[in-house]
Ligand binder design. Sequence first.
Ligand code: FE2
Length: 410
Amino acid sequence: MNMPVRERIWKGEGTHRVPYWVYTDDGIYQRELQRIFGGPAWSYVGLEAEIPHEGDFKRTKIGETSVIVVRGKDQEIHVLKNQCAHRGLEVCKQDYGSNRTFQCPYHQWTYRLNGDLSGVPFIRGVGGQGGMPEDFDRADHGLTKLKVATRNGVIFATFSPDVEPLEQFLGEKMLKLFDRVFTGRPLRILGVSRQRIPGNWKLMFENIKDPYHASLLHVFLVTFSLFRADNPSRTEMDSTGRHSALISRRGERNANTATQEMASFQEKLELHDPKLLDIVKEFPDTATVVMQTIWPNLIVQQQANTLATRQIVPVGPEAFDLNWTFFGYEDDDDAMRARRLRHANLMGPAGFVSLDDSEVMELAQRGIHCDEDAAAVVEMGGRDRADHNHIVTETAIRAFYGYYREVMGL
Ligand SMILES: [Fe+2]
């Protein structure tokens, strides 16, 4: 089944066909871990509001590598590889907490919040016997420190010394949309949820880069016109094609010629509690939805008044974890906080909208798995990779695979 990577050939120059082995092949997956998650890219690791005080930490992953995100002295944020410099143990065993130091349970090597090694038991031996060699220097044996960048409360990290500055990495167009939600207003965490989806991690990105499906699959989006092909919309990419955004404005519920082709449109469906969708305008532009995908592992969600980050963590070629962090702003009033939580019912593992996505990603993986030599057809909206001023398109998927092929050398 799994041939070496060198035998995998992506036929043709375009990205309007995507070979199914990119979702199943272990050699491809190992290369992704190395070149994408371990390569020159800024991976999302969390929000500053998750670790407000000195010593607060969060454990997460970049690719399959466990890392600790911790607030150290002078409010500085460190991202450390969760691997003892002695024998490789994970030194942090909790997802969230607060610590003065990190101590390995095995031989009690102890690290400061910035990753420096502060203590090694028996470093000079016991009663003149044993101990570390004379030239052993604690300064050489700290936890591996990743390069960190923060912007308006969002934390990114990278293993690569060669990555461009975060702002440049995002590019002007995507930065503007990022700053639309992350304005610098302090954030407040409203809740987290997690799910494991039995599908390749790229299917998650494709899902949010594919506005075409939303008008067909999602009863909630279509029926209440939250995101629908006949609404004024745009699909945008950065200059590399790796990041993208779907931008749209809510339309009227009315049936029309477009809704005739939408099997999910249910004209008579009514909410028992209309407050579920009591959208309040809060951004300067007219968009009511902006879904942004940021290479290699972040989705920024603004749909109605629910805001969230979704972090993608691959678990082998055929599964991934999706970590949702719902947030609002520190200065939201109580009504807005309650509204954000109500609107959050659309999203998350059991969300009225995103539940459908989890199911189709699982079905996609199961189908793909049956014949990895076949290929996906990605031609809606044309075969180009340009921005489109509508959402009846798969252009952002084509753009993503343009950059992917470059990075992966495929
Ligand atoms: Fe969807």
